[in-house]
Design a protein. Structure first.
Length: 431
């Protein structure tokens, strides 16, 4: 298949966007440079259920799902109806509204670490608020961090893309490795009595090993540091109460977002009452749009549906079906590729083969799946609107594409399949 001209409108818009928008996109992870410039669509025109259509009218089964927020399905009727009902009464008031209290009660009922709540708009904001609360509560400034937690100064200071961030912050953030408790202990040993918080996503591509999460919690408690879970992705997907409920490890503070409102912009920092009470009078966290009611209405309705319809059970079962199907297809192809991750979010991990880089193999795989109407190979989420038929079709497409790559590897011409550029990592790298 040749995708020449398939994305004509997308790339005309990209030329204009590149002149007007910083980086050409509003979210770096949606950049065509990170997907495969010339091999992928750039602009989506509409979305419904488990599908979206690009600017050129091509339809796709959607697995990135807007990088995770869509848990029920695009333009989900019941959620949109609740939003429209609220819209008719106003979006933002000069006073608070009872819906804020209702949503806070819902979170405190389902999330183990939630006893008091603050609503914000993005995951980065919620994580930054959590860090500020931890520093205020402990009176300490250093944070021990594992993984990516947004774009704000406190975390980007440790990356190579830190222009504009005060250099003094470099001395306040230290990196430890997932499933490596010794790397965390080392941070405490070299900064005795100075670490305010231990911050990590409870699970990412790989499962915690050897009671890692429990060990992290013990190390933090032993050193009088708070444990902060970044549940922006795991929240509401892995379990209604988050990964902390799934793994039975309760942090001191947590940040939630993404799937909470099925795509409407909202996030929350939640925490134990003792901590929140202690900092209430000395920490400033305030946002005009924190009480924006369309997103709050969407969150209330989304959580109501998640609770009543066993959505988690459904999406995890389809996630498992997809993961097993992709791994079966990989095994059959003989290509060194594996679908990794817990089934709430899976990843295809390619390994170099016959001198061909994993980046080239992954880009070609994604390119050929997109041409066949399936957005695979860029982090896979499942929504309540996906069907077993969607999964079966996607696995069949993946199997076909892996067969094409296998044949190209045999003949030494994989690079000739590429219709654009190899994807690059657009997120900030650590030192």
């Amino acid at each position: 298949m040749n995708n020449s001209g398939r994305y004509k409108k997308s790339y005309k818009l990209w030329e204009k966007a590149n002149k007007l928008l910083l980086n050409g996109v509003l979210t770096l992870s949606k950049s065509p440079l990170g997907i495969g410039y010339g091999t992928c669509p750039v602009f989506a025109e509409k979305a419904k259920g488990a599908y979206f259509w690009d600017s050129d009218g091509n339809r796709y089964i959607d697995y990135p799902l807007a990088l995770g927020p869509i848990i029920l399905g695009h333009a989900y009727d019941e959620v949109d109806k609740a939003v429209k009902k609220q819209m008719s009464k106003g979006i933002l008031y000069s006073l608070s509204n009872n819906a804020e209290v209702e949503l806070a009660e819902l979170l405190c009922d389902i999330v183990p670490s939630a006893e008091r709540v603050r609503f914000l708009k993005s995951g980065s904001e919620a994580m930054s608020a959590a860090v500020r609360i931890a520093r205020a509560y402990t009176g300490k400034e250093i944070v021990a961090v594992c993984g990516y937690h947004g774009w704000h100064d406190w975390t980007i200071a440790r990356t190579i893309k830190n222009a504009g961030v005060p250099k003094a912050l470099n001395n306040l953030v230290f990196e430890f490795k997932y499933n490596d408790i010794e790397s965390l202990i080392k941070i405490f040993d070299t900064n005795p009595g100075k670490v305010a918080a231990v911050i990590l996503e409870p699970v990412g591509m790989y499962l915690p090993k050897e009671n890692f999460l429990e060990e992290v919690a013990l190390v933090a408690k032993k050193n009088n540091a708070l444990l902060i879970f970044d549940e922006i992705i795991t929240g509401f997907r892995l379990d209604l109460g988050g990964a902390q409920k799934y793994f039975s490890v309760t942090p001191d503070l947590s940040a939630f977002g993404k799937a909470m409102a099925n795509g409407y912009p909202i996030s929350a920092v939640v925490g134990k009452r003792e901590i929140m009470n202690a900092v209430e009078e000395k920490v400033f966290i305030s946002s005009t749009y924190g009480g924006e009611l369309l997103s709050i209405a969407a969150a209330i309705k989304t959580i109501d549906i998640l609770k009543k319809r066993k959505v988690n059970e459904y999406i995890l079962s389809l996630g498992l079906k997809l993961k097993q199907g992709l791994n079966d297809a990989a095994k059959e192809s003989g290509i060194d590729v594996m679908c990794e991750g817990m089934v709430h979010k899976t990843f295809l991990v390619f390994k170099e083969a016959a001198g061909v880089s994993e980046e080239l193999l992954e880009t070609v795989f994604r390119q050929e799946c997109l041409v066949r109407g399936v957005f695979l190979g860029y982090g896979h989420f499942i929504s309540f609107s996906h069907t077993p038929k969607d999964i079966d079709h996607s696995i069949a497409v993946a199997s076909e594409v892996l067969g094409i790559i296998k044949n190209a590897l045999k003949h030494g011409n994989v690079e000739s399949l590429l219709k654009g550029k190899v994807a690059i990592d657009v997120l900030p790298k650590r030192y």
